[in-house]
Design a protein around this ligand. Sequence first.
Ligand code: SF4
Length: 351
Amino acid sequence: MRQQCLQGEGCMTAPGRYCIGTCYCGDCPQFTPMHFRPRRFNSPDPIRRYPKVTTPSAAAHQAAQPPRYQPAPRYRRLPERYERPGDPDGLGSELLQLIADDIGKQERSLQKEIGPSEVGSPCPRKVGYGLLQRPKLNPIAPPMWKAYVGTGVHKMLERALDRYNMATCPSMGHAERFYVETELQVGEIADQPLIGHCDVYDRVTHTVIDWKTNGPTMLKDHKANGPGQTYLAQTHLYGRGWAKYLGLPVDRVMLVFLPRQGELSDSYVWHEPYDERVALGALSRADGIWATLQALGPEQGLAVLPAVEDFCGNCDWFVPGHTGNILNGCPGQLPIVQPASPLTLEGVPAA
Ligand code: SF4
């Protein structure tokens, strides 16, 4: 007996043909393995006169079969009113705009509060804008494609470490080795918690790890000159978060610089022993910047804070040639305005 197949999920039969029982779709109502059905030709009422046949349960049948066939989705044309064929240029622009829009919706783009990755910037004014949570103003900043790629790499690495955790946990007392993508407090600035997202904590070696994706120039620079002030503060702040707020031992901090171009073998791994004083220095400097803004007011305070080149073109508050109210943008690196009080901590008035 063959039944007309209605194209149930998993069905390999062409539309309108008959079930041939080769799809392994054990739970398809149309599926009946041929050899379980005795054929009775010339029967006036074949269905009723068939003897009861014992078939294996769907679960047993499925277990005995190779991995289940995954059907392709059904492909159909859109209703004509939605179609717009023959417009490759328009499509190209549309796709790029779609990507740019998605970049703008990333958590990083929407984030307003300053985080550990900005606190250590060599530009005190930039930290000041961040502490004031000024809206992002840069009219020429391109969509942050590099950061978008970096986010993609982070997601892949998160999965890779999760898989590693799953594979190795039986041999580690059913405990995972790596804590990945952990939100944690790392300190306080002006009595407000400073929250960050740490990429990895290795429970075996007590190491705090942060991934960085770099282009060839920055990678070469980090290999030659180390991670720089911003990354240094960031990674020790994460170390402080694990040690102070989550109570876990931190022996060292590590930055893994991965190439955006090139091969994995071009990567550079930097590490050093964890030193809470680096984190406290960054927090104290931010406290000093905040105290300046409070004492002088946001406008005068920002004007007093030194403007130090820190990738100004990509700075959220860079407005080229801006001369008006500094709350509405920074023109980039400028001669330092004579400060009103003695400076400490690299040009920042003491808290
Ligand atoms: S534009 Fe440059 S100088 Fe101005 S706040 Fe940003 S990084 Fe600092």
